[in-house]
Design a protein around this ligand. Structure first.
Ligand SMILES: Nc1ncnc2c1ncn2[C@@H]1O[C@H](COP(=O)(O)OP(=O)(O)OP(=O)(O)O)[C@@H](O)[C@H]1O
Ligand SMILES: [Mg+2]
Length: 256
């Protein structure tokens, strides 16, 4: 049976889709069979982030409304053979997708895959509820900024009522230079404040190939290993900013 993991946050734009996509790609590169499921029925975009939007024939709404079987709606990633996408679409508010029907659609895949990663929409309303209901583990994504941490705290307290096997934290967009200078909390400090185990730390990196998954950055590989094995070897986001060359990089960044 697949592990069904919801990636959620509270605050929007903190990197849920990015983390879901790279985590899925890294797990599939290790031979795990993975489905990435877009649970956003407003601003769905995981198909574009994966670069497979032109191959989407059916989506999860078609599955729920009986126009196809769930396996027909899967799109295999052209580069990661074990990575499949279950896309979503923007629906009108009247076309309400119930948490039960969404969960049922996803559970139809459970027997044939190792992981189902559910990319939650922003917020803590019905979209959050629908995504959380479908999963038995949760990863909360936050950035090191106060508004995101506060919203992550709200999401974490809500997740307690869903009987998750585990709720853990990924700190995204950590800036190593600011952490070293003491101007940004470390991922461990943030996890300590939120009282959840830290599963991964991802540096802010504007060179990430977000649209085509050409390479798999080390921080996401470390996150995938933590998910697979339970051994949390957290990526050090300050690594480029310590030592002699690290202080040169920090000085250069300050001057920009
Ligand atoms: N580690 C990172 N470094 C740099 N940019 C990043 C990083 N993670 C995400 N981003 C960028 O931040 C933006 C928001 O990311 P993403 O879409 O993954 O967030 P989200 O939480 O899924 O948003 P939403 O709440 O709207 O669904 C994107 O442009 C993405 O490329
Ligand atoms: Mg998103």
């Amino acid at each position: 049976m697949a592990r069904i993991i919801v990636v959620t946050s509270g605050k929007g734009g903190v990197g849920k889709t990015t983390v879901s996509t790279y985590l899925g790609a890294c797990l599939s590169a290790k031979g795990e069979r993975v489905v990435l499921c877009d649970a956003d029925f407003g601003l769905n975009n995981i198909d574009v982030v994966c670069g497979v939007e032109k191959s989407v024939l059916y989506d999860v709404v078609d599955v729920i409304e009986g126009r196809c079987r769930v396996k027909q709606a899967l799109v295999r990633h052209p580069k990661f053979y074990n990575l499949f996408l279950l896309a979503s679409r923007s629906t009108t508010p009247e076309r309400f997708i119930s948490p039960q029907s969404f969960k049922l659609a996803i559970e139809g895949l459970s027997g044939e895959f190792d992981y189902i990663i559910v990319d939650s929409p922003a917020g803590i309303d019905e979209g959050f509820h629908r995504a959380a209901c479908s999963a038995n583990e949760a990863i909360v994504v936050t950035t090191p900024h106060i508004a995101a941490i506060r919203d992550a705290d709200k999401a974490i307290s809500l997740l307690k009522s869903y009987q998750m096997k585990s709720v853990s934290l990924v700190v995204n967009m950590a800036q190593g230079d600011l952490i070293v200078s003491g101007d940004m909390p470390t991922p461990r400090e943030i996890a300590g404040v939120l009282k959840v185990p830290l599963l991964g730390a991802i540096p802010a990196d504007y060179k990430l190939p977000f649209s085509d998954l050409k390479s798999l950055p080390r921080a996401f590989k470390a996150l995938a290993e933590a998910v697979r094995t339970g051994k949390r070897k957290i990526y050090d986001t300050t690594v480029r900013y310590t030592g002699f060359w690290g202080s040169v990089r920090r000085a250069l960044k300050r001057r920009l």
